[in-house]
Design a protein. Structure first.
Lengths: 51, 134
Protein backbone atom coordinates (compact mmCIF):
# COMPACT_ATOMS: atom_id res chain seq x y z
CA UNK A 1 0.00 0.00 0.00
CA UNK A 2 1.43 3.38 -1.00
CA UNK A 3 1.33 6.53 1.12
CA UNK A 4 -1.16 7.92 -1.37
CA UNK A 5 -3.53 4.95 -1.00
CA UNK A 6 -3.26 5.09 2.78
CA UNK A 7 -3.91 8.84 2.79
CA UNK A 8 -7.04 8.38 0.69
CA UNK A 9 -8.31 5.60 2.95
CA UNK A 10 -8.05 7.66 6.14
CA UNK A 11 -8.87 11.00 4.42
CA UNK A 12 -5.66 12.90 5.15
CA UNK A 13 -2.97 14.34 2.91
CA UNK A 14 -0.09 12.19 1.75
CA UNK A 15 2.25 14.62 3.51
CA UNK A 16 0.59 13.76 6.82
CA UNK A 17 1.24 10.04 6.28
CA UNK A 18 4.84 10.89 5.48
CA UNK A 19 5.15 13.05 8.62
CA UNK A 20 3.73 10.24 10.79
CA UNK A 21 6.13 7.70 9.26
CA UNK A 22 9.08 10.02 9.90
CA UNK A 23 7.90 10.62 13.49
CA UNK A 24 7.45 14.33 12.85
CA UNK A 25 3.76 14.33 13.67
CA UNK A 26 1.70 12.44 16.26
CA UNK A 27 -1.75 11.59 14.92
CA UNK A 28 -4.91 12.38 16.86
CA UNK A 29 -6.80 9.63 18.61
CA UNK A 30 -9.42 9.75 15.85
CA UNK A 31 -6.80 9.23 13.15
CA UNK A 32 -5.14 6.48 15.18
CA UNK A 33 -8.49 4.66 15.31
CA UNK A 34 -8.83 5.05 11.55
CA UNK A 35 -5.43 3.40 11.09
CA UNK A 36 -6.46 0.69 13.52
CA UNK A 37 -9.57 -0.01 11.45
CA UNK A 38 -7.63 0.13 8.18
CA UNK A 39 -4.96 -2.33 9.29
CA UNK A 40 -7.37 -4.41 11.40
CA UNK A 41 -4.96 -4.14 14.31
CA UNK A 42 -4.94 -2.60 17.77
CA UNK A 43 -3.65 0.94 18.13
CA UNK A 44 -0.79 -0.29 20.38
CA UNK A 45 0.32 -2.58 17.58
CA UNK A 46 0.61 0.33 15.18
CA UNK A 47 1.82 3.12 17.47
CA UNK A 48 3.99 3.12 20.56
CA UNK A 49 3.93 5.70 23.32
CA UNK A 50 7.13 7.00 24.88
CA UNK A 51 7.10 9.35 27.89
CA UNK B 1 8.14 13.24 -2.86
CA UNK B 2 5.65 12.09 -5.48
CA UNK B 3 2.56 14.22 -5.89
CA UNK B 4 -0.41 12.75 -7.72
CA UNK B 5 -1.44 14.37 -11.01
CA UNK B 6 -4.92 15.12 -9.69
CA UNK B 7 -3.56 16.79 -6.53
CA UNK B 8 -1.10 18.78 -8.61
CA UNK B 9 -3.71 19.99 -11.12
CA UNK B 10 -6.10 20.89 -8.29
CA UNK B 11 -3.40 22.94 -6.54
CA UNK B 12 -2.42 24.72 -9.79
CA UNK B 13 -6.06 25.47 -10.69
CA UNK B 14 -6.75 26.88 -7.21
CA UNK B 15 -3.66 29.07 -7.37
CA UNK B 16 -4.51 30.32 -10.86
CA UNK B 17 -8.09 31.17 -9.83
CA UNK B 18 -6.89 32.90 -6.63
CA UNK B 19 -4.29 34.98 -8.53
CA UNK B 20 -6.79 35.91 -11.25
CA UNK B 21 -9.41 36.97 -8.69
CA UNK B 22 -6.82 39.01 -6.76
CA UNK B 23 -5.56 40.68 -9.95
CA UNK B 24 -9.02 41.52 -11.28
CA UNK B 25 -10.24 42.76 -7.89
CA UNK B 26 -7.09 44.87 -7.54
CA UNK B 27 -7.72 46.35 -10.99
CA UNK B 28 -11.41 46.94 -10.19
CA UNK B 29 -10.49 48.75 -6.96
CA UNK B 30 -7.87 50.91 -8.69
CA UNK B 31 -10.40 51.87 -11.37
CA UNK B 32 -13.01 52.40 -8.61
CA UNK B 33 -15.32 49.77 -10.01
CA UNK B 34 -16.64 48.35 -6.73
CA UNK B 35 -19.56 46.44 -8.27
CA UNK B 36 -17.17 44.75 -10.71
CA UNK B 37 -14.93 43.73 -7.82
CA UNK B 38 -17.86 42.23 -5.91
CA UNK B 39 -19.12 40.34 -8.99
CA UNK B 40 -15.63 38.93 -9.66
CA UNK B 41 -15.32 37.94 -5.99
CA UNK B 42 -18.56 35.95 -6.18
CA UNK B 43 -17.59 34.36 -9.52
CA UNK B 44 -14.25 33.36 -7.98
CA UNK B 45 -15.94 31.90 -4.91
CA UNK B 46 -18.34 29.97 -7.14
CA UNK B 47 -15.42 28.61 -9.18
CA UNK B 48 -13.56 27.52 -6.03
CA UNK B 49 -16.66 25.74 -4.68
CA UNK B 50 -17.18 24.10 -8.10
CA UNK B 51 -13.54 22.93 -8.11
CA UNK B 52 -13.86 21.56 -4.60
CA UNK B 53 -16.86 19.48 -5.65
CA UNK B 54 -15.10 18.29 -8.80
CA UNK B 55 -11.98 17.22 -6.88
CA UNK B 56 -13.91 15.77 -3.97
CA UNK B 57 -11.47 12.88 -3.41
CA UNK B 58 -8.41 15.12 -3.23
CA UNK B 59 -7.64 15.89 0.41
CA UNK B 60 -5.87 19.23 0.77
CA UNK B 61 -6.50 19.90 4.47
CA UNK B 62 -6.50 17.61 7.47
CA UNK B 63 -5.75 17.69 11.21
CA UNK B 64 -2.03 18.25 10.60
CA UNK B 65 -2.53 21.19 8.23
CA UNK B 66 -5.03 22.61 10.73
CA UNK B 67 -2.45 22.33 13.51
CA UNK B 68 0.16 23.98 11.29
CA UNK B 69 -2.26 26.85 10.59
CA UNK B 70 -3.01 27.25 14.31
CA UNK B 71 0.70 27.44 15.13
CA UNK B 72 1.38 29.86 12.27
CA UNK B 73 -1.51 32.11 13.32
CA UNK B 74 -0.40 32.05 16.97
CA UNK B 75 3.17 32.91 15.90
CA UNK B 76 1.99 35.73 13.63
CA UNK B 77 -0.24 37.05 16.43
CA UNK B 78 2.67 37.29 18.89
CA UNK B 79 5.03 38.82 16.33
CA UNK B 80 2.31 41.39 15.55
CA UNK B 81 1.96 42.21 19.27
CA UNK B 82 5.74 42.64 19.69
CA UNK B 83 5.94 44.89 16.60
CA UNK B 84 3.08 47.09 17.83
CA UNK B 85 4.59 47.39 21.31
CA UNK B 86 7.99 48.31 19.82
CA UNK B 87 6.39 50.85 17.47
CA UNK B 88 4.49 52.45 20.36
CA UNK B 89 7.65 52.56 22.47
CA UNK B 90 9.47 54.25 19.59
CA UNK B 91 6.71 56.83 19.16
CA UNK B 92 6.50 57.43 22.93
CA UNK B 93 10.22 57.79 23.63
CA UNK B 94 11.32 59.41 20.38
CA UNK B 95 8.25 61.68 20.17
CA UNK B 96 9.76 64.50 22.30
CA UNK B 97 12.72 64.69 19.91
CA UNK B 98 10.39 66.13 17.25
CA UNK B 99 11.75 63.89 14.50
CA UNK B 100 9.99 64.17 11.17
CA UNK B 101 9.83 60.40 10.70
CA UNK B 102 8.02 59.96 14.03
CA UNK B 103 5.41 62.56 13.06
CA UNK B 104 4.93 60.73 9.80
CA UNK B 105 4.52 57.21 11.25
CA UNK B 106 2.50 58.25 14.34
CA UNK B 107 -0.94 58.11 12.62
CA UNK B 108 -0.14 54.66 11.18
CA UNK B 109 1.06 53.39 14.58
CA UNK B 110 -2.12 54.71 16.22
CA UNK B 111 -4.20 53.06 13.52
CA UNK B 112 -2.58 49.61 13.88
CA UNK B 113 -2.80 49.94 17.66
CA UNK B 114 -6.60 50.33 17.37
CA UNK B 115 -6.80 47.31 15.07
CA UNK B 116 -4.68 45.45 17.59
CA UNK B 117 -7.24 46.14 20.34
CA UNK B 118 -9.98 44.94 18.01
CA UNK B 119 -7.93 41.78 17.36
CA UNK B 120 -7.50 41.19 21.10
CA UNK B 121 -11.26 41.64 21.56
CA UNK B 122 -11.98 39.11 18.80
CA UNK B 123 -9.44 36.70 20.28
CA UNK B 124 -10.99 36.87 23.76
CA UNK B 125 -14.54 36.56 22.36
CA UNK B 126 -13.64 33.49 20.31
CA UNK B 127 -11.65 31.99 23.17
CA UNK B 128 -14.70 32.38 25.44
CA UNK B 129 -16.91 30.80 22.75
CA UNK B 130 -14.64 27.79 22.22
CA UNK B 131 -14.00 27.36 25.95
CA UNK B 132 -17.74 26.90 26.46
CA UNK B 133 -18.06 24.72 23.38
CA UNK B 134 -15.29 22.22 24.22
Amino acid sequence: MTQEDMAQEVKVTRQTINAIENEKYDPSLELAFKFSKLFKAKIEEIFSYEE
Amino acid sequence: MKVSKKEQSYTIMRLVIAFLIAAVIGFAIVTRNLIGAIIILFIGLFLLVFMKKRYKDVVIADERTQKISEKAIAGAFWIYIVCIVLANFAVFFLGPLNLEIIDRIKPAVNHITYTFFFLIFLYEALRYYYTNKM
